[in-house]
Design a protein around this ligand. Structure first.
Ligand code: FAD
Length: 645
């Protein structure tokens, strides 16, 4: 066995975004020696990019708001496929998590009378998003980091070492969760800069690795969203659910090509921005689906009045849930009513004075000026859908965030599935990170405290993980075996994967195209076995990408297989050949598991699918929660059996 450094911790948190940091704080406060490991620099997690705000029913902007209304909105947004217990916990606990952030030093924007200001967002009945301009994620991460530093200062006072109870390993990537006798024993990692391998042994691992957007060509996500946590869970034997539900945010930049996909925050619409097509029509009024008809304004005048008088008017349809707006934009462009660069127009310039735009949307103003030379205080933006968020993820116990079937494995944040059902409402991710990040840290600590003995990492698994990581440098990867074909460039493979997912499993899906996507994925899997890199292990991005490809191919197959299986349209899954929502699918989760345990050892035939798909009925929604809805509304969603029950 090659020598690999090993360190022992109680809890390892993989990911230093909002979910990971909140989990780490909780585990450390419960007395656990906690390691946090992240691919990028500490502080540069995806969470930092969050713009619009954190959804929590504090009732500051409208006192009618409460957790029940938030729960209702979340279930409606997810088209009732949400893991209802998660949606309940989330709605109940989000306000406490926001207050807590404030006690840790977060500085939110204020109302005129000094309370935390809350803004409107799509699908939320009342203004609910606590925010800091359009840079809320930055403040959230800054506050959590500050809390971590203060805990480290405490540790230094008590033990003489800042890292004694809570240590951050930045720019390090986890490639395997290690197990012994079915239980988690640690993680295998490499340092991105030096290429050195090391193992963090721990009986509990919290996955908080975020999403999968880099499998798609047009995305708002940054380089580190390669579905690592999803793949790590699968490879460790934990199932994923809801993977067919990928959110295409309606408003990403469409021009210039180099910035295509970068997010244009929903706050623009929340603060009054309107969508128009090339004929100048506010087309969203033509796209209000039946299930939402009673809740949205039918005329522009009513929609406009709502901003001033929300109690006596209905909201404008620009604030429908994201899946509805994205589909509408797609349809307008397809019908030839798009903007010059293939999007539609989003306008705030005619809706608010320039100084208000600059104050409320400073990042958007800067982003468009710098990247597209567009002054949003004077002219409309051009926007179109961009792959933004994955609703699917690791199947977890709703209360404890424990992954199904793998003792010691936990998951929180975007990598976990269930909470958002088929479509996430804006603002519900930051609150999700805090609510379930805390729970994951708490229950991971409880799990460790209750253990009688700790599983040790098996040296054979460490060797196997090392061999797997080094494969792109090997003779096979390097192309010296002529019978196995020439080496493949990981960048080419990545581009082809992104193009396939974009074209064939994107915003509008068809059976034949998804079947073709699965064929292309099979071919890419074979070629990815020959992904070869040159040079050495010191900072070698090509090598890192070759490793990440395994993860992107796994999660892409999950998305494609589940999307092909679900023969209806719901939330973030739109089938051209099955355009309606079908109540019979309401209580069906599609579960993805690793098909062949030999794939675990890298021995499976990569041309065969790696994912086994099965259907699982979701637990019935608790009666008191159902009673929060009108019966007329439930009839639109629930199956006949559920209604008769
Ligand atoms: P992240 O914050 O992405 O953190 C993931 C961490 O995992 C990172 O530290 C990464 O380095 C690490 N990691 C990944 N793989 C590995 C590995 N193999 N080994 C080690 N570390 C690894 N949501 C809202 O609620 N409100 C908003 O206003 C909002 N605005 C958004 C704006 C943009 C532009 C984007 C892209 C998203 C926005 N979202 C918003 C969504 C929200 O930001 C994300 O869903 C959320 O931040 C995810 O947090 P997380 O903690 O799960 O993961």
């Amino acid at each position: 066995m090659a020598h690999v450094d090993r360190q022992t911790w109680d809890v390892v948190v993989v990911g230093a975004g909002g979910a990971g940091l909140r989990a780490a704080i909780e585990a450390r406060e419960a007395g656990m020696r906690t390691a946090v490991i992240c691919k990028s620099l500490f502080g540069k997690a995806h969470t930092v990019m969050a713009e619009g705000g954190i959804a929590a029913s504090m009732g500051n902007a409208n006192e009618n708001d409460n957790w029940q209304v938030h729960f209702r909105d979340t279930m409606r947004g997810g088209k009732f496929l949400n893991q209802w217990r998660m949606a309940e916990l989330h709605a109940r606990e989000a306000p406490d998590r926001v207050w807590e952030l404030e006690t840790w030093g977060a500085l939110f924007d204020r109302t005129a009378d000094g309370r935390i200001s809350q803004r409107n967002f799509g699908g939320h009945e009342y203004p609910r998003l606590a925010h800091v301009g359009d840079r809320t994620g930055l403040e959230l991460i800054r506050t959590l980091q500050q809390k971590i530093v203060s805990l480290q200062q405490e540790d230094e006072r008590d033990s003489g070492s800042y890292d004694a109870g809570l240590k951050v390993f930045q720019e390090c990537t986890v490639t395997r969760v290690l197990k012994k006798d079915g239980r988690v024993s640690g993680v295998f990692c490499y340092q991105r800069e030096s290429g050195r391998f090391f193992v963090l042994e721990a009986p509990a691992v919290v996955l908080a690795t975020g999403g999968i957007g880099k499998s798609f060509k047009v995305t708002s996500n940054s380089w580190e969203y390669t579905g690592d946590g999803h793949a790590l869970a699968l490879l460790a034997g934990a199932p994923l659910i809801n993977m067919e539900f990928v959110q295409f945010h309606p408003t990403g930049m469409v021009w210039p090509p180099s910035v295509k996909g970068i997010l244009v925050t929903e706050s623009v619409r929340g603060d009054g921005g309107v969508l128009r097509n090339s004929d100048g029509n506010r087309f969203m009024f033509d796209y209000i689906p039946d299930v939402f008809k009673e809740k949205y304004a039918q005329t522009e005048a009513e929609g406009d009045r709502w901003y001033e008088d929300p109690d006596n008017n209905r909201r404008p349809p620009e604030l429908l849930p994201r899946d509805e707006v994205a589909r509408a934009i797609n349809a307008e462009v397809k019908a030839g009513r798009g903007s010059p660069h293939g999007g539609v127009f989003l306008d705030v310039s005619t809706r608010m004075p320039a100084e208000v735009i600059k104050r409320r949307l400073p990042s958007m103003h800067h982003q468009f000026k710098e990247l597209a030379d567009v002054d949003i205080t004077a002219e409309p933006m051009e926007v179109g859908p961009t792959c933004h968020y994955v609703m699917g993820g690791v199947e977890v116990d709703p209360d404890s965030a424990a992954a199904t079937g793998v003792p010691g494995l936990f998951a929180a944040g975007e990598v976990a599935g269930g909470m958002h059902g088929s479509n996430r409402l804006g603002g519900n991710s930051l609150s999700d990170l805090l609510v379930f990040g805390r729970r994951a840290g708490l229950y991971a600590a409880e799990y460790v405290a209750a253990l009688r003995d700790r599983p040790a990492a098996d040296p054979r698994d460490i060797d196997a993980a090392e061999a797997e990581a080094l494969r792109p440098f090997s003779a096979e990867g390097g192309g010296q075996h002529a019978d196995r074909g020439p080496a493949e460039n990981p960048y080419t493979l990545h581009q082809e994967l992104q193009q396939s997912m974009n074209d064939l499993v994107g915003i509008i899906r068809r059976e034949g195209e998804m079947a073709e996507a699965l064929e292309r994925l099979a071919e890419l899997r074979v070629r990815a076995r020959r992904a070869g890199v040159e040079g050495h292990r010191q900072y070698n991005p090509g090598w890192h990408l070759a490793i990440d490809l395994r993860n992107m191919l796994l999660v892409s197959e999950c998305v494609a297989r589940a999307a092909l299986e679900r023969e209806e349209s719901r939330g973030g899954h739109t089938r051209d050949d099955h355009p309606d929502m079908d109540r019979r699918w309401r209580n069906v989760n599609l579960v993805c598991e690793l098909a062949d345990t030999r794939a675990d050892s890298g021995e499976a035939d990569p041309a065969l699918g790696q994912i086994r798909l099965s259907r699982r009925e979701t637990p019935p929604i608790r009666r008191d929660l159902l009673e929060l809805f009108d019966k007329d509304e439930l009839v639109k969603y629930l199956t006949d059996e559920e209604l008769s029950r």
